[in-house]
Design a protein around this ligand. Structure first.
Ligand SMILES: C[S@@+](CC[C@H](N)C(=O)[O-])C[C@H]1O[C@@H](n2cnc3c(N)ncnc32)[C@H](O)[C@@H]1O
Length: 221
């Protein structure tokens, strides 16, 4: 059973606490932050980050990397039904256009885009793409060096003994990083060099829904 969640009419593969953690991260980002997301689907995760920045009166731009390719699906991409993905790109584009969101779609394999960004230039990275061991490790190796010293990376679906979890563990052996599990999320972990105090405080909070972060959660496949 996959957990899906509906926020402001946008459906995504996140649970309520995932949404709140992304929203809180958005709130804590610096003004004019640059964010990279790997695995956007219809845009719920990027929307939650944006919603947090908006609530805090800040602006941001979010580069959204996704294959958006029904012909190039692996079981481990987490999307079992090609027809679900088929209209995901259109839904994503409509989201940007209808709501005027600062999301920049980069359609293609995540390996293609890391070299487009400068090292230590990114404030926040969210990894929720291919969940295989090899690709998770590539994504970490390619994208983590792009983070600013005080930047934070969240990785999703990192459940105990999953491919993503083992890849993160192996990655942590070669990089000096701090890793923190985020309570009640669907295996969301924070990876960083240094955690600012206010970010740490929000990571430790349970989901408390403010009126600006209303999340309706349901569970289906
Ligand atoms: C679990 S979904 C992402 C869910 C999304 N974050 C949300 O809020 O609903 C995983 C996505 O990763 C994409 N993906 C899988 N492998 C990828 C790769 N190597 N490069 C880019 N995108 C990839 C899939 O197309 C799929 O849309």
């Amino acid at each position: 059973m996959a957990t899906t969640c509906l926020v402001d009419g946008i459906r995504g593969h996140l649970n309520k606490e995932d949404c709140v953690q992304l929203f809180n991260m958005g709130k804590n980002l610096p003004d004019h932050a640059t964010v990279i997301e790997i695995g956007s689907l219809r845009g719920l995760s990027s929307y939650m980050i944006y919603k947090g920045t908006k609530q805090a009166g800040k602006s941001c731009r979010i580069f959204c990397i996704d294959l958006w390719d029904p012909e190039n699906l692996t079981v481990e991409s987490g999307i079992p039904d090609k027809y679900i993905l088929d209209d995901a790109y259109n839904s994503f584009l409509s989201l940007i256009i209808d709501r005027q969101l600062p999301l920049i779609p980069l359609r293609g394999h995540s390996d293609m885009f890391a070299s487009c960004f400068e090292k230590e230039s990114i404030d926040f990275i969210f990894i929720d793409g291919d969940h295989s061991y090899a690709q998770t490790k590539h994504d970490l190796e390619n994208y983590f060096p792009l983070l600013k010293k005080e930047g934070v990376c969240y990785i999703h679906d990192c459940m105990y003994k999953s491919n993503v979890n083992i890849a993160l563990y192996d990655f942590s052996k070669t990089y000096k990083i701090k890793i923190k599990s985020l309570k009640n999320t669907h295996g969301m972990f924070a990876i960083m060099n240094y955690i600012p105090a206010e970010v740490q405080k929000d990571m430790d909070k349970e989901a408390i829904l403010s009126p600006n972060c209303l999340v309706q959660v349901d569970y289906d496949t």
